[in-house]
Ligand binder design. Structure first.
Ligand code: NAD
Length: 456
């Protein structure tokens, strides 16, 4: 079926008001939950075939979150969809005021490959929960996971309600020719810009979940052993192919050796060669990305790891030391298992360096000192982050997840996910039994005097 037919049918179905029914939406969410649970192993296998991601990591970084958020949406949908009563000022007496959350219509969701299920299905779940229809276009780079989602969804839902389109640039470009009521995109900054331009043609609202270089500040006063454990997990999960991974470390001068020692100890648990490859590590998604990462490794700065195998698309966890902001690795988001370490002695200067670049998607601060923590929290702008941890902030559905500036527009997760796919319609509701005559002609000085009193 052609894209325009699917979109037209979705619009027709949306206009039938079926999707506005709360029970219909809750049944949809329950059905998705059931289908995912029933087919979990097929989905695990698909992503394993894509880039060697184990069941353990697929569950902990994708399905646990999806299940949690679907269950949350099922539980909270009634309260999220309720009219919100707000105060009415004296100027409108007697009246009541309320806000009605309403779905937007036909939505397009474009996913990234690195967490193929979570980044495609979570926005879809929130769009459906809010009462929209969905066309989902997962990434072609995780083609097996995309195929598995397409098979599962397209054989269990009508295309006029929820449909998966497989494909890459040409399919996405063709989809973007059409008008949607919302576009939700997860991916890189350059493609995000193209999506924004395409959306602007139809004045379509967007959520853009993009990337960037997320710093981790490590102060000498932190618990170095725990810090290293948390940093290593967050950086090397998914082989560093995580949008919120700590991209680089800024460690306080004097604490470098202690940090490196603690990092090495943690890194011993990871494979050093592809022959040692195991379930707790994974491959680089394709050769193009392998080659890009390979070029970023400056041999003279490698202090741990650095083993590469192009045929296997394998790069062992790699640490670079004595890195400066001028090094090429500090230009763009790394998005791979390479961790550069920079040192700072003057916090203001370190803040200045970060601030002079695009606003990061995340920032992590490891310290026991409230003054340092609060200084960074107040002076640096970034999407979100954690104090004394990394990445885990996105597992709390009470924390809206999204970027700022170049790292994105809008946010989701939990209630913010529902809100991202809703319009909040504001209503002033008046009875007929009273009318004040101040605002009506003929105007007079005394009427104006009264209006000023009431309005201000
Ligand atoms: P990408 O931008 O290459 O691709 C994302 C999606 O856009 C894919 O579905 C792809 O098919 C489509 N696409 C690619 N080129 C296109 C084009 N020219 N026109 C139209 N559509 C196009 O990103 P990626 O490689 O899949 O993911 C990596 C990037 O995504 C990193 O920068 C990472 O930080 C970011 N990311 C952000 C988040 C987040 O939640 N903020 C999550 C994951 C990844």
């Amino acid at each position: 079926m052609k894209f325009e037919e699917i979109i037209e049918q979705q619009r027709f179905f949306f206009n039938s008001n079926h999707t506005k029914d709360l029970n219909f939406r809750i049944d949809t969410l329950k059905k998705i939950l059931f289908l995912l649970k029933e087919n979990e192993h097929l989905l695990y296998k698909a992503v394993y075939d894509d880039f060697g991601k184990s069941e353990f990591e697929t569950y902990t970084t994708e399905f646990s979150l999806i299940y949690h958020e679907i269950k949350l949406a099922i539980k909270k949908l009634k309260s999220w969809s309720k009219r919100i009563k707000v105060r009415t000022g004296f100027a409108n007496f007697p009246a009541k005021s309320y806000i009605i959350p309403e779905p937007l219509g036909t939505t397009l969701i474009i996913g990234a490959w690195n967490y193929p299920y979570q980044l495609s299905l979570l926005p879809a779940i929130y769009s459906l929960a809010a009462g929209n229809t969905v066309i989902l276009k997962p990434s072609e780079l995780s083609s097996k996971a995309s195929r598995a989602m397409a098979t599962l969804i397209n054989s269990n839902f009508e295309s006029n309600y929820f449909h998966v389109v497989e494909g890459g640039v040409s399919e996405t470009t063709a989809l973007l020719e059409h008008r949607f009521d919302k576009i939700f995109f997860t991916g890189s900054i350059p493609v995000g810009r193209l999506i924004y331009q395409a959306a602007a043609k139809h004045l379509t609202p967007v959520t853009l979940e993009l990337g960037g270089k997320s710093p981790a500040f490590i102060f000498a006063d932190c618990d170095m052993k725990t810090t290293a454990k948390r940093i290593v997990w967050a950086k090397f999960i998914n082989a560093g192919q995580t949008c919120v991974a700590p991209d680089y470390i800024l460690v306080e001068k004097g604490a470098e050796e202690k940090l490196l020692k603690a990092l090495y100890k943690e890194l011993e648990k990871y494979p050093k060669t592809f022959q040692e490859f195991s379930d707790h590590y994974m491959q680089i998604v394709n050769t193009k990305n392998f080659d890009r990462l390979n070029q970023l490794i400056d041999e003279s700065k490698v202090c741990f790891g650095g083993t590469r195998d192009r045929d296997a698309r394998f790069i062992s966890p790699t640490v670079l030391k004595d890195v400066s902001f001028e090094d090429s690795i500090m230009e763009d988001e790394i998005f791979g298992p390479i961790l550069p370490i920079l040192t700072f002695s003057d916090l203001d200067n370190a803040i200045h360096q970060v601030k002079s670049r695009a606003k990061p998607l995340a920032c992590y601060i490891y310290s026991r000192n409230t003054t340092s923590i609060n200084k960074l929290l107040s002076e640096l702008s970034f999407g979100g982050g954690a104090v004394n941890d990394s990445v885990m902030h996105l597992s709390n559905s009470n924390l809206p997840f999204g970027g700022v500036g170049f790292s994105g527009i809008g946010s989701y997760h939990g209630k913010a996910g529902f809100d991202a796919f809703s319009h909040f319609k504001s209503i002033l509701h008046k009875p007929f039994w009273f009318e004040s005559h101040f605002k009506y002609a003929p105007y007079s000085a005394s009427k104006l005097k009264w209006i000023k009193r009431i309005m201000e």
